[in-house]
Design a protein around this ligand. Sequence first.
Ligand SMILES: [Zn+2]
Length: 299
Amino acid sequence: MRTTHYTGRFAPSPTGPLHLGSLLTALASFLDARARQGIWLVRMEDLDPPREMAGAASDILRTLECYGLHWDSEVVYQSQRHALYEDAVKTLLQQSQAFYCTCSRKDLQALDARAYPGTCRGQLTIPAQEHAIRVQVDNSDIHFNDALQGDCTFNLHNDGGDLVIKRKDGLYAYHLAVVIDDAAQNITHIVRGSDLLDSTPRHIHLQRLLNLPTPHYAHLPVIVNAQGQKLSKQTFATALPQTDPVPALFACLQALGQQPPAELRQASRDELLGWGIGHWSLAQVPHCLSLSETSLARR
Ligand SMILES: [Zn+2]
């Protein structure tokens, strides 16, 4: 029987098919949840239609199923949750924590600063011209303890400054949506890529303003190739094979430092995942994840 002391999630953006790097993230999040008898959810972060690829959302879900990463409860689509995000924007404006920002792109570039300097703070009536909505940040450090990265400290005032929560083009910002949805889905544990590590203090800031709980975070180390070069999302070009999930799952377990025994290369998908759940240890995840697309084929 599953309890709700742990709810994790995988939250892909449907900008393309699932690749090896995102499978690794999904698998780590899945194993961490299942090893602790937790719930594991999938959320589709389809907030930014111009960046999305038609059919990618269903393709990602099919691939997760093919790889045995079965989720609990229905998939949540951010594109269907705009009303919730708008409520939060209104609340933040009413509390004078947010403001309308009419700075043009040119204005912002001219500043040439690492942080938005608060130019439009206090602007609380809807301007006639194009505007974004920003939330104020404080000039104080935000600390959190990451299960993989250790103690982290950020100062949002010096790094980025007041956060955009609704863009000029009317789209809700990722930072706002993710915070609202994590709370709405009662997410307690987030395992994700370290590319999002510097988003986390922004999320914590918004959680505090909106009176929402802060989940536990674990940011997976960067992924490097066999030559030790850092791999970004874009460098994994190949879509995952839908025929045989075992080689890629095995490679991900290895990259995550879980040391699956070689004979499991010949195991079934569910045997391999069962082993992964039974032996999962976050402490064994190395400081650097080495992963190569050559591992996609069966040896
Ligand atoms: Zn401004």
